[in-house]
Design a protein around this ligand. Structure first.
Ligand SMILES: [Zn+2]
Length: 212
């Protein structure tokens, strides 16, 4: 029975391997499919043809193995036609591969173009989340509203509070970000900081919300 093992040091164009998740190109039908050691302990059949089966054991950087075996006798074909779920799974895998390629490539397209239902982070929110103070200043200087609502966190202050970014929180407060604004869960930025164990940030936000 033919086996292809992914060489962790030399990936082919249509395969990938990150930790204990690998993407194989089915040698039988050409479909790309993803196998996760956690989700597919017994391996996973190619959702396109059921004539190949991928296995991942262990991690790429810890002498793990990722291999695909194929051949007509390998897997009893449960049905000649794919079910709607199997077809959808194959398409999702293909989309994920495409997203990874495009995301990492030089001509990366915006995520919203690739996945229309995704929730994009605003530049303000992203800079606040990562505590990138220079970028945060630039975005604010360019006229961003510091209280602009964001779908994911609530406001930029919530994003900075979530990650305990003290400097970003200070900067946002200086630029009139409102520390009393609540997110969709009814939490203030101070609540979010406290919930994530960033007590210093929570304290700063509390005193900004209720000045003496
Ligand atoms: Zn296949």
């Amino acid at each position: 029975m033919p086996i292809r093992r992914i060489d962790p040091h030399c990936l082919l164009a249509n395969e990938d391997w990150v930790e204990n998740i690998a993407a194989f190109t089915c040698p039988a039908c050409g479909c790309v499919f993803i196998v996760s050691e956690d989700l597919h302990r017994e391996g996973r059949n190619c959702p396109g043809c059921f004539k190949a089966r991928g296995h991942v054991k262990g991690r790429r950087d810890h002498r793990g193995t990722a291999e695909v075996r194929w051949g007509d006798t390998l897997v009893p074909d449960p049905a000649s036609e794919l079910t709607a779920e199997e077809r959808a799974a194959a398409e999702r895998d293909q989309l994920l591969i495409e997203v990874c390629r495009l995301w990492n490539g030089p001509d990366a397209r915006p995520l919203t173009e690739l996945i229309p239902e995704s929730v994009p982070l605003t530049n303000l929110e992203t800079a606040a989340f990562y505590g990138e103070s220079e970028q945060l200043k630039q975005v604010l200087d360019a006229g961003a509203d510091p209280n602009e609502p964001s779908a994911l966190f609530g406001t930029a202050l919530h994003a900075a509070a979530d990650q305990g970014r003290l400097e970003a929180v200070r900067l946002l407060l200086e630029r009139d970000a409102d520390p009393a604004r609540l997110n969709a869960q009814g939490q203030s930025p101070a609540d979010v900081a406290a919930e994530n164990g960033h007590e210093e940030v929570a304290e700063l936000l509390r005193s900004a919300a209720s000045p003496p």
